[in-house]
Design a protein around this ligand. Structure first.
Ligand SMILES: NC(=O)c1ccc[n+]([C@@H]2O[C@H](COP(=O)([O-])OP(=O)(O)OC[C@H]3O[C@@H](n4cnc5c(N)ncnc54)[C@H](OP(=O)(O)O)[C@@H]3O)[C@@H](O)[C@H]2O)c1
Length: 297
């Protein structure tokens, strides 16, 4: 059977690089990659000339999905440089979406729980939760979500809380905990920021899932079990690295000076997509032995 084509934009990033190299994705699709610094196509979302490359590519090669994993993901950078980051995360992304629409491909946009209204107690936010972002990063995500809803008949918005991977990656929340513990460095994890991270390996499986083609709309991708960084750090140390001499001193999110108030509950309910695809997201605890094995090699 002929595999459909996908274009992965943001192939140099944490998620994009995983998807571009994932055997799950490569077995399911013919992949073309794009980013500023590397990839089959070199594109800068702020440069209309480079977007013409995407137009030519999509014209030549009928492409089922365009996966948008390109963005300025640093929340503080968005707060301190709203104009510069909007040029990429909003206007540049709109320009890319216009090319996708012209080519009649289906966009898959990676958004965040930051697009939602922050809540004051531990609850799992679902796809019906109000879109009322309080940070510039969240506002930029919400602007693209709105553009998709208003301009596309078929699209996918995938919101995630935090990304992690089975294999070591500096941006994986697990690596950020395991590395200092194995190097006996002291850690100050947040005790008041709750999250439901998702494995990039599971995202690859969702994207390659044969039933995905029936879906359109907004979906949350997340594990079920909720953790704070402090709880996760202690779990990893107590169960797997008891020999670590790292001192763990919990701290509050509010101790870090940030330009904007950050949400405390980055907690998403992924049951909508789990039920639609009959898919189970891997929980952290069941993957930790393999993650630690790979991290400590
Ligand atoms: N990481 C998380 O925990 C997390 C949580 C929630 C949501 N998300 C969302 O998931 C998506 C992927 O996140 P990530 O962590 O994989 O991001 P990342 O590692 O920061 O990668 C960002 C990607 O965007 C590309 N990019 C940046 N500016 C660009 C521009 N002007 N033109 C073209 N490409 C540009 C980068 O390419 P170059 O390096 O080549 O410039 C890179 O490939 C993002 O939309 C992010 O907001 C991530």
């Amino acid at each position: 059977m002929k595999r459909s084509n996908v274009l992965i934009v943001g192939c140099s990033g944490f998620l994009g690089s995983h998807l571009s190299e994932s055997t799950t994705i490569l077995n399911a699709f013919d992949v073309t990659t794009a980013a500023r610094s590397t990839g089959d196509l070199r594109i800068d979302l702020t440069d209309p000339r480079t977007l013409a490359t995407v137009r030519d590519h999509l014209k030549k090669r009928s492409t089922h999905y365009v996966i948008i994993a390109a963005a300025i993901t640093d929340v503080e950078a968005c707060a301190s440089n709203p104009k510069q980051t909007r040029a990429i995360n909003v206007e540049g992304t709109f320009a890319l979406l216009d090319e996708i629409k012209r080519a009649q491909s289906v966009p898959i946009f990676f958004s965040s729980d930051y697009a939602l209204e922050p809540v004051a107690r531990l609850t799992l936010l679902n796809e019906e939760s109000p879109v009322q972002p309080q940070t510039e990063y969240g506002k930029q995500k919400a602007a693209v979500e709105k553009y998709l809803r208003e301009n596309f008949g078929k699209y996918l918005i995938f919101r995630t809380s935090k990304l992690m991977s089975r294999t070591p990656h500096p941006k994986s929340i697990l690596q950020a905990i395991i590395r200092p513990l194995t190097q006996n460095q002291d850690i100050r994890p947040f005790h008041d920021q709750w999250m439901t991270p998702v494995f990039v390996e599971d995202i690859a499986e969702v994207l390659a899932h044969p039933k995905l083609t029936n879906l359109s709309g907004t979906f949350h991708l997340a594990t079920k079990r909720v953790f704070t960084r402090n709880e996760l750090t202690r779990l990893i140390r107590d169960q797997y690295l008891p020999q670590s001499r790292s001192q763990i001193t919990p701290m509050s999110l509010t101790e870090i000076p940030t330009l904007e108030k950050r949400p405390h509950y980055n907690t998403l309910d992924a049951s909508k997509i789990a039920e639609a695809l009959d898919f189970r997201f891997r929980e952290i605890e069941e993957e930790l032995p393999a993650v630690l094995d790979l991290a400590c090699r």
